[in-house]
Ligand binder design. Structure first.
Ligand code: ASP
Length: 312
């Protein structure tokens, strides 16, 4: 069984990345850093769960992605973050929603996985995070100028009653990882700031197990896109069900899910890994920041429809 890890940086890709080599390079570098962080754990024969947490922390720390630092803002101008982790071998799961404070929401989700509850929200989640000893940051750490500007444009659009023709980057984004370790254990993690201009208290698909995040003994899945549609379609679990009950292959089931979500007006994509095949990374949007790293330790990444390419 070969260890492998895939990441996504969300389907909210910047259209300019196609024309701006410096931006493209920065996105590739961010994905490669995350892939290497996860690979370091797998190469030391560490478990899939810890590899993914390492990868997602790197993406949360990078303000280019909508999770942790650089999260999008609610209509009140505040970041509210959701995160989830799930281990396939025993279906241990941990999620947090609606938090701002812990530097890496995924670390709090990881700590919840070892606690009796599966999901904690708001003030209770923050109290738990303090008890777990994870590092905290002031609100200003998470808020970037580009997310403030995106919110200001959205507020103006709503004021003028204009149609919503923003690009995906201005609307949403997410980060996630799926991994298979040397023992064949699978795990999935997802972390997000959600949607620009969301109403306070809104929770997307990311921390909802079976919707945006899922792992069992057959497959691990992390999704990105219009969260409400992914929740209504139980997207991540639906993919697992097609493998388990319909005998579908991973690639066929994942591609079909991406197309069905598009028909339901769910723009986005997913990454998934199973016990025997290479990870799959389908999407129905203009692009999805994504990458894979295998036993050779070479990160391979892509943004739009191009094939994955090695980062030196
Ligand atoms: N799925 C996320 C949410 O709805 C957003 C995204 O992935 O772009 O919160």
């Amino acid at each position: 069984m070969s260890a492998v890890l895939a990441v996504h940086g969300g389907a909210g890709v910047r259209a300019e990345a196609a024309r701006d080599p410096a931006l493209r390079k920065a996105i590739h570098a961010g994905l490669a850093t995350a892939l290497r962080a996860g690979h370091a754990v797998l190469a030391a024969r560490g478990p899939a769960l810890e590899a993914m947490v390492a990868a997602v922390c790197a993406l949360e720390d990078d303000p280019l992605f909508n999770a942790g630092r650089g999260s999008v803002l609610t209509i009140d101008g505040k970041p509210e973050m959701d995160a989830a982790v799930m281990r396939g071998t025993d279906r241990a799961a941990g999620a947090v929603a609606n938090i701002c404070g812990p530097r890496n929401p995924v670390r709090v989700a990881r700590a919840v996985l070892d606690a009796p509850p599966v999901m904690l929200v708001g003030e209770g989640a923050l109290r738990f995070a303090r008890g777990a000893g994870v590092p905290f940051e002031p609100e200003s750490y998470f808020v970037t100028e580009s997310r403030r500007a995106a919110l200001a444009r959205e507020v103006e659009r709503r004021r003028l009653g204009l149609p919503d023709n923003r690009d995906d980057y201005s609307k949403h984004g997410t980060v996630g990882a799926v991994a298979r370790d040397a023992t064949g254990g699978l795990a999935a993690a997802t972390s997000t700031g959600g949607l620009t201009g969301k109403i306070p208290g809104r929770v997307g698909d990311c921390p909802v197990f079976g919707a945006g995040t899922w792992a069992d003994d057959m497959v691990a899945v992390s999704c990105t896109g219009d969260g409400e549609v992914f929740i209504r379609h139980a997207a991540a679990h639906e993919l697992s069900a097609r493998l388990r009950y319909a005998g579908a292959t991973l690639v066929d089931a994942a591609e079909a899910m991406a197309m069905e979500l598009a028909k339901a007006r769910g723009s986005g994509g997913l990454i998934a890994v199973c016990r025997d095949d290479d990870p799959v990374l389908p999407f129905n949007s203009a692009g999805m920041y994504r990458g894979i790293i295998g036993t050779d330790g070479v990160p391979r990444v892509a943004i739009h429809r191009e094939a994955l390419a090695a980062v030196g």
